[in-house]
Ligand binder design. Structure first.
Ligand SMILES: Cc1cc2nc3c(=O)[nH]c(=O)nc-3n(C[C@H](O)[C@H](O)[C@H](O)COP(=O)(O)OP(=O)(O)OC[C@H]3O[C@@H](n4cnc5c(N)ncnc54)[C@H](O)[C@@H]3O)c2cc1C
Length: 464
C-alpha cells in the first residue's frame, strides 16, 4: 500500500509526539502520519514487568523503550527546566528560545494533568547545598525540576494521545526500514510490512533505540554525522535516608567531580528518591536504569542514581557505541543480565554471591539482578573513577560508601551520532528535519519535546 501525507513523523517518543501535537494545533486539516515500531500507549507491556518472565528475553521490539511515549513512557518524568543539561538545543537557537519552548511543552503537559509543583534552585536550602558540595570539590548543577511521577507520566501520555489522534494518524507496530529522497515530491519511507509512505515534510525522531539504524540511513543519504562519546558506569542504590537531605531540597541532584586519579569527569545522573532500579534493553544488551513513583504507596525505601564516567575518543577510534555495547555485554555474559555487587565486596576484591547478598542491609529493588563481580566487567579506569567518586560523595552524603551500598552494572549512556543541522533543525536535505535523542541534539524529555515543537512551528510557517 502506498499513501501520501503532508508530514510524516518517524518515532512517537517525546520529540515525535510534540511535533505531531503542535502541527495538529497550528495546521488543522494537515495530513500528518506518525509511525512507530512499538505499540500505542495502552498496549505496551514488558514481559518482566507483567511477571511472565524473570529475565530480559530480548524481544525484537522492546516495549519498555518503544511505542507511544518512547523511552520516557515508563520513566518517572523528571522534567528539567534548563539548557545546562538534557540536550544541546542552544547550539542551534538562542537560550531564551529553548527555555520558552521547554515552558511551552510543560504548559501542554499541564493541560493534560501535570503537576504545578516545581523544585526550585533559588531556595536558601538549595544554595546552601551547592556551597556545601563545593567544599568537597563536588559541583552541583542546579535546575528547576518537576517530578511527574511514573504513574502520572503514563496518564498524561494517555491523555495527550487521545487528543493527538484526533488530528494525527498513528501507525504502531510498524518499523520503518528505509528512508529515500524522491526529489521534488519529498521523501518515501518503506515499512517492514512492505508499505510505503510518501511525504512532503519528513521529521525523524528515532530516539536512542533507533539511533544506530538512523545513522546508517543518513550515511546512505550522504548526510554527515559526528560521534565520539559514550558514558559508562553503574547504578548506585542506597537507603533513601542517605540522600534525603539532598533529594528533599533539589529532588534531582546532578553532582559533577573530576577524579584525582585520571582527571576524568564523573557525574551523578537520573536520581530516583524512593525509587526502583530497572533493566533496560538497548538493542539486545541489558543495561540498567531507574525510576520512582510519586505515590508514597508505590515507593521503595531506597534511592538510586547513575554514576557515569564520560569517555571521549580521539582518532583513529570512532565507534564509542560499539565500545559501550561491548562493556555492557561483558556484564551480561557474566550474569545473564544485570549484575549487582556490594560496594564493600568490590573494594575488598571479592565477588558478591547469593550468600553475601542475603546478608546485605540494603535490599535490591531489581531482584532479577545477579550478584557478581563488577571488576571482571568494567575497565580499571572507569572502576577506579567510580570508587573515588563514591568516597567523595560519602563526604556530602555519609553512608554512600557503606559496605552494603549496591552497584548495578553496567549502566551505559549512548550518545547518538550527531547530524549537521540548521538553526531550524533541518538536515542538509530540504524539508528533512531531525529531532530528539536519536538526532544527537537532546538527552532528556524537556529538550526532546522542545525540539518537536520547534520543527512543527518551522513547518507551519513554511505552509503559511
Ligand atoms: C528508564 C528511563 C527513564 C528516563 N527518565 C527520564 C527522566 O526522568 N527525565 C528526562 O528528562 N529524561 C528521562 N529519560 C530520557 C527520555 O526518556 C528521553 O530523553 C526521551 O524519551 C527522548 O525522546 P525521543 O522522542 O527523542 O526518543 P524516544 O523516546 O526514544 O522515542 C523514539 C521512538 O522512535 C521509535 N523508532 C525508532 N526507530 C524506528 C523505526 N525504524 N521505525 C519506527 N519507529 C522507530 C521507537 O520505537 C521510539 O518509540 C529516561 C529514559 C529511560 C529509558
Amino acid at each position: 500500500m502506498n499513501s501520501r501525507y503532508d508530514v510524516a513523523i518517524l518515532g512517537c517518543g517525546e520529540a515525535g509526539i510534540f511535533a505531531g501535537y503542535e502541527l495538529m494545533r497550528r495546521c488543522p486539516g494537515l495530513k500528518v502520519v506518525a509511525i512507530d515500531q512499538g505499540a500505542d500507549i495502552y498496549s505496551r507491556s514488558c514481559p518482566i514487568v507483567a511477571g511472565k518472565v524473570k529475565e530480559c528475553i530480548h524481544c525484537k521490539i522492546c516495549d519498555t523503550m518503544c511505542g507511544f511515549g518512547g523511552a520516557g513512557a515508563f520513566s518517572d518524568g523528571k522534567y528539567n527546566f534548563t539548557t545546562e543539561f538534557g540536550g544541546w538545543l542552544t547550539d542551534f537557537m538562542p537560550k531564551e528560545e529553548v527555555m520558552d519552548l521547554i515552558s511551552y511543552v510543560d504548559s501542554i503537559n499541564m493541560e493534560h494533568g501535570a503537576t504545578d509543583k516545581v523544585y526550585s534552585t533559588s531556595t536558601p536550602e538549595a544554595q546552601a547545598l551547592e556551597k556545601k558540595a563545593l567544599e568537597f570539590d563536588l559541583h552541583l548543577l542546579q535546575a528547576r525540576c518537576k517530578h511527574l511521577g511514573t504513574e502520572n507520566n503514563l496518564k498524561i501520555l494517555q491523555s495527550i494521545y487521545e487528543t493527538a489522534r484526533q488530528g494525527v494518524e498513528f501507525r504502531f507496530r510498524t518499523a520503518v526500514t528505509r528512508i529515500e529522497a524522491i526529489g521534488e515530491k519529498g521523501y518515501r519511507l518503506t515499512t517492514e510490512k512492505g508499505d510505503t509512505v510518501e511525504c512532503t515534510y519528513f521529521i525523524a525522531a528515532p530516539g536512542r533505540s533507533g539511533a544506530e539504524w538512523f545513522a546508517n540511513q543518513c550515511k546512505g543519504l550522504g548526510i554527515e554525522l559526528i560521534n565520539n562519546q559514550v558514558d559508562i558506569g553503574v547504578r548506585v542504590e542506597v537507603p533513601a535516608k542517605v540522600f534525603e537531605h539532598i533529594t528533599d531540597v533539589v529532588y534531582e541532584s546532578k553532582l559533577v567531580y573530576r577524579t584525582k586519579g585520571y582527571g576524568d569527569q564523573v557525574r551523578t545522573f537520573c536520581m530516583n528518591p524512593y525509587g526502583h532500579v530497572v533493566a533496560e534493553n538497548v538493542e539486545g544488551i541489558n543495561t540498567v536504569n531507574g525510576h520512582s513513583y510519586s505515590d508514597p504507596a508505590l515507593q521503595s525505601e531506597n534511592t538510586n542514581f547513575a554514576l557515569l564516567v564520560s569517555n571521549r575518543f580521539t582518532s583513529p577510534f570512532n565507534e564509542p557505541y560499539r565500545y559501550g555495547k561491548h562493556i555492557a555485554s561483558l556484564s551480561n555474559m557474566l550474569a545473564g543480565g544485570v549484575l549487582v555487587q556490594r560496594f564493600g565486596d568490590l573494594v575488598a576484591g571479592i565477588r558478591t554471591n547469593e550468600h553475601r547478598m542475603s546478608k546485605s542491609f540494603v535490599r535490591p529493588t531489581l531482584t532479577a539482578a545477579v550478584p557478581g563481580d563488577l571488576s571482571l566487567a568494567l575497565p580499571k579506569r572507569q572502576l577506579d573513577d567510580i570508587i573515588e567518586m563514591i568516597y567523595q560523595l560519602d563526604k556530602l552524603a555519609p553512608g554512600t560508601a557503606n559496605y552494603d551500598t549496591l552497584l548495578y552494572g553496567a549502566e551505559v549512556k549512548f550518545y547518538s551520532s550527531r547530524l549537521a543541522l540548521s538553526g531550524e533543525l533541518e538536515t542538509a536535505m530540504d524539508n528533512f528535519f531531525a529531532i530528539g535523542d536519536g538526532a544527537g541534539v537532546t538527552r532528556g524529555l524537556a529538550q526532546a519535546g522542545a525540539s518537536g515543537v520547534k520543527v512543527a512551528q518551522v513547518i507551519a510557517a513554511r505552509l503559511r
